[in-house]
Design a protein around this ligand. Structure first.
Ligand code: CA
Length: 215
């Protein structure tokens, strides 16, 4: 998950891009014109910029020259080859032509983050940071020690966030085999997670179903 600056003057499109990026766990910042974009770039140091070409004032081609070495994906209605080559020659990582499918944008973001190694594979909420690579959880700088199964449960809940998971499904995801024991194992581990990470309001019990991690 990465910090992404979305520079797009049409608010509806900006909101839509931000919404989809947030759904897959990225943290987003929005700017509707160039000067604000440069300010956010300096103050927040995003991992990636999604940059519209046609902007009021400084356009995307002007802006990218002022943005330093942050990876940029251009988004634009300009579909001719000349503009595409201009964008790429200015150092953009990729170029998406409007109208585009959100799935395509998400796929390109994933590729660029992987290529530029900016994707830390972390998920942050409520002052907690979950590092899926190191399999560790931190509150600020302090590590909170979880048992391996507790971490696996947290991972399953976060990766399926806002979706109700049955206890059987959780057993399958976390214990990874046809668990002979009963589903109370899940309940016990959920209780431990709630206690250790103060997640009472985040991990909801769904009556007669199971659990849902809400963000
Ligand atoms: Ca525009």
């Amino acid at each position: 998950m990465a910090k992404i600056l979305v520079v797009e003057d049409e608010q509806v499109i900006n909101d839509l891009i931000v919404k989809h990026l947030a759904l897959v766990g990225h943290t987003c910042l929005s700017a509707y014109e160039g000067l604000r974009a440069l300010e956010l770039l300096r103050t927040h140091e995003p991992d990636l910029v999604i940059l519209d070409v046609m902007l009021p004032g400084l356009d995307g081609f002007d802006l990218v020259k002022l943005m330093g070495d942050v990876p940029v994906i251009f988004v634009t209605a300009k579909s001719n080859l000349e503009d595409k080559l201009k964008g790429l020659s200015l150092g953009a990582e990729d170029y998406i032509v409007k109208p585009f499918e959100m799935q395509e944008l998400l796929a390109r973001v994933r590729v660029v983050l992987r290529r530029t190694k900016r994707d830390s594979n972390e998920f942050s909420f409520d002052g907690l940071t979950v590092d899926f690579n190191a399999r560790k959880v931190f509150r600020g700088e302090e590590e909170i020690i979880l048992a391996p199964k507790e971490f696996a449960l947290l991972e399953a809940l976060i990766k399926n966030r806002n979706i109700a998971l049955s206890r059987e499904k959780i057993l399958c995801l976390v214990w990874a085999f046809d668990y002979e024991g009963d589903t109370r194992t899940v309940d016990v581990h959920v209780q431990k997670l709630r206690q250790k990470l103060e997640l009472k309001d985040r991990i909801r019990t769904i009556y007669k179903v199971g659990y849902r991690f809400e963000v």
